[in-house]
Design a binder for this molecule. Structure first.
Ligand code: NAD
Length: 323
């Protein structure tokens, strides 16, 4: 029989585009006795969530306050500096109170060095507490649908794996233990490096084919049938109106912001340097996402807007119809 985990007192820090839908799943799916203390530097999002789930989701005044109320803490903030502040701030951080025996999970996509520094700090000061990196993939839509993948920084033999899998399974579909601390992040960064490079290659391949006279729908069929088949082409096609549900078909408004891809790509290139991995596409990919992030025609849009940044044709339907 599957073991039951209660998670009576849970904390969630960082209620942004990803954190809010993730905590909503927890509020809807945890047993009735569970209470969730939440905190974000933007007080209004905390108040909104507490109002949405009265007596279920409760307001924390800072990260330390949340830590004092709960047994398990999840964080989902943008960058390494925010993770440091959440955990290591000497007055309001999680580690400024006694967190012995607590289970702590950071889902933010950050550099492995910061994650390991927080883990080491916790191990040194609170040896019975457990800290895990657990970055996620699948975007805001995946977080809303509860279909994100979660990459755990631990091995199959970890004593908390079942507990972690149960909890993360309330917010996501695939929970993959990646082997050891910080390897969830290493896996996530190498995934986003690959996905970012594919989007650039895909944009360039479509563009050269279309400029040669091919209909992009034909090209999409060719790639899907041939050796170039990949998910970016199939479901996130950078060319608008080839795949109706792709972010490009809605003006790239929904999806994974190009600035986030720039951030993750930069972290991946840094990681590659640190581990001495030969990385010929890294610098050019980084320069491309850097440029797209700073381009007013692309900023704040889904990262596959790199197609527009590289000069791809967007009005191909009009041209094809001879209008
Ligand atoms: P976001 O900017 O929408 O939300 C982050 C939230 O953290 C904000 O509400 C912010 O106010 C809060 N915050 C910042 N510093 C804080 C602090 N010190 N204490 C408490 N709250 C703080 O970002 P997001 O899109 O939710 O992304 C969060 C993380 O998830 C990032 O590392 C991102 O790379 C990763 N991620 C994002 C996506 C995506 O599609 N958006 C997909 C996968 C992974």
């Amino acid at each position: 029989m599957a073991p039951s985990f209660s998670f009576d007192r849970l904390g969630f820090i960082g209620l942004g585009a990803m954190g809010k839908p993730m905590v909503t799943h927890l509020a809807n799916k945890l047993p009735p006795a569970s209470r969730i203390w939440v905190y974000d530097v933007v007080e209004s999002v905390v108040d909104d969530l507490c109002a949405q789930f009265p007596n279920r989701v409760l307001k924390g005044t800072n990260a330390r306050d949340v830590a004092q109320q709960v047994d398990t803490i999840i964080s989902m903030v943008p960058e390494g500096s925010h993770v440091r502040s959440v955990y290591l701030d000497t007055e309001k951080g999680v580690c400024s109170t006694d967190i012995s025996n607590k289970l702590i999970i950071d889902c933010s996509t950050i550099d492995t060095a910061t994650s390991l520094a927080v883990k080491d700090h916790i191990a040194q000061h609170y040896p019975t507490a457990s800290f895990y990196d657990a970055p996620v993939s699948g975007g805001v839509i995946g977080a809303i649908k509860g279909s994100i993948a979660i990459f755990l920084g631990c091995g199959e033999e970890d004593p908390n794996l079942e507990r972690l899998t149960h909890l993360m399974g309330l917010m996501g579909k695939q929970i993959i233990p990646c082997g050891a601390p910080s390897l969830g992040l290493a896996a996530k960064l190498s995934n986003n490096y690959l996905s970012g490079i594919i989007a650039i290659a895909c944009s360039e391949a479509f563009d050269m084919g279309m400029r040669s006279g091919l209909d992009p729908r034909t090209l999409a069929k060719v790639y899907a049938a041939g050796t170039a088949q990949n998910t970016i082409c199939d479901k996130f096609c950078p060319v608008p109106h080839v795949y109706p549900d792709a972010p490009s078909s809605g003006g790239w408004k929904q999806g994974f912001k190009v600035q986030l891809m720039r951030k993750d790509f930069g972290l991946a290139v840094d990681m590659a340097k640190r581990v001495e991995s030969r990385n010929v596409l890294g610098e050019v990919g980084l320069a491309t996402y850097d440029g797209a992030s700073n381009d007013p025609r692309c900023r704040d849009l889904d990262s596959r807007v790199v197609y527009r940044y590289l000069g791809g044709q967007e009005d191909w339907q009009t041209k094809l119809n001879g209008a």
